[in-house]
Design a protein around this ligand. Sequence first.
Ligand code: FHN
Length: 713
Amino acid sequence: MRSAVRRVLMAVVIGVTLFGAGPGLKAGTCGSDSPLQRGTTPGGTDRMAWWREARFGLFIHWGLYAIPAGEWQGQTSHGEWIMNTAQIPVAQYEKFRSRFNPARFDAREWVRMAKDAGVGYIVITTKHHDGFCLFDSALTDYTVMATPFKRDIMKELVTACREAGIRIGWYHSIMDWHHPDYLPRREWETRSTQGASFDRYVQYLKGQVRELLTKYGPIDIMWFDGQWEGTWTHERGLDMYRFVRGLQPDIIVNNRVDKGGGDFQLTRDASFAGDYGTPEQEVPPTGLPGVGHPSAGAALGTPPDWETCMTMNDHWGYNSHDENWKSGEQLIRTLVDVASKGGNLLLNVGPTAEGLIPQPSIDRLAGIGRWLKTNGEAIYGTSASPFPALSWGRATAKRMPDEATRLYLHVFEWPTNGRLVVDGLLSEATSAFLLADPARRPLATARDGDILAVTVPAAAPDPVDTVVVVDLKGRPDVAIAPAISAVAPIFVDTLDVTIASSQQGVELRYTTGGTNPHADSPLVSGPIRLTASAEVAARAFRAGKAVSPIARASFAKVIPQHAVVVDHIEPGLRYEYFEGTFDKTTDLAKPIKRGVVHTFDLAPRARASRFGFRYSGFLKVPKRGVYQFALASDDGSRLLVDGQVLVDNDGLHSLREKTGLVALAPGLHSIQVDFFERDGGFDLKVHWSGPDLPRQPITDRDLAIAAGNVRFR
Ligand code: FHN
């Protein structure tokens, strides 16, 4: 396909919302069929307030899998997935039930340990993917009540939590490898799916959620998981969120109730249910839309709430061979890193079959508790750092009375010259001291241009993280490059570019030819309309003096790709179906079946794993303009428009979305999507958005196949 100028960009567009994010969740009271609420109770108070105050939770993965403790037939790398990873048939795995007798389980001891560690809430597995329930359920005998232990562990734990003033959350897996109605079966399984009804399974799932939210008093969190398989849908997620909130309106629900998890398992947009995002085993970097320092938040609205969950070694469930423990120092710094970006840390322990928390976990929790005993003020109830980054550590912050701000400077790398340099801090410091100093003896501060220097002791009082407190007059005034944003970095006619900054009381000045803005450059007084390609630069000024770094962004005017002429079209999308063990879509070679579907539909597959599709046809582009294509898949996928790869989401991975931008003329453009699934969950979603086209799935009304000759203009 020729075109004079063709710009196809693989853009992960940071910091902008392209063409709108679809219908958001509407505020309103919560009931089974009423609109959803996000973050507030029916009375309008902020349900998340206690959760943000807590900042630190304890995750507990416990169940029958603690009995094999990671080992099966000589393999010692299993964890809570052992039933699946060791391919243990249901009938054989069920036998662990008669061996589950954690005689040394003591709920009060667990809660005391959590409280001493400085934990504000506990989230425990009521049922993991293996389907075994640690609570007394009337809906199945696959519970702890049918074991020699015969005690309702959830009841004992929730009682101990309430006595100790610790909040409690239920982890509950949507995916269930035991229930006969759950689909899909594991690939290696031989159980028939004859008569299985996923709808009936969802009734069972909701019935147990009802038990968990009506038999144990007020519960603070529902932590869903196992949402990624194709049988669980966005519609079911919305319904479950409403159902849970209808049972306990003040409860908070994580985003794995629905399918909206995007990069870092943060919720892609407000059309998905869930009160907070759930990054796993990683901490999102700053700079993601709404995540991290206020400049992102300020420009994009309130940063979303999120919580990183993390293991202390390499397994969630107990593995007796896993000695790869993170150090106490690493865990403390991870907690600080998460808090400095505005998130919570949910740190995991995997108790043994006897009901004991492993000693290395106990030791690490105790060490975190000792650090928090001295420095908890710098974590609990804090907000994200006002700095994009600090070379020597992290920062957290708190609003103080009379609009003052308390900064907590977490120093990991102690200065050797006794001078802690805070670069870019323009605010006036009113005082400084070491948080660990009971006498709060003042530390001297000095300003040197954009730098605030604090005189500190020669040696770090705490080599893991010494907290230096700096009190500021007013809100933090930090030299942060302005945010330059637009709906896309390419355009066909005109483009409105927005320049914003979280700094108060500044003039934003800009250039469009790439030169450095100066005090006499044009003033930003609203969106800047581009009619030609431009290198935009922006900087903040106060009384003629530059008070921020320079921000830069490029925007390209492009010529839309021509449409093709097809003599005769029919509705639909051609597909080729493949079976095999693939690592990437380019492995799709010999199709075993062909046909026509209405849209990107996996239904023609003959099995639930090791299969692939190639879809091809024509897309009816309604208007001239820039279009964004969003391709979400588990496992790999690629999307081509007019024969060019526009989105490459290939390889083995869990559900994730990538996007691409392209300028198109109105009319028919060839579209191809390649997809493969290896094992486990699978899903494929193709969305697009463009001029007067908010984000939506590509459906049969947008697609066609050629029934006649295709001619390129
Ligand atoms: O498959 C589970 C896994 O076993 C564990 O429970 C983690 C914890 O967040 N969640 C799923 C993996 O994403």
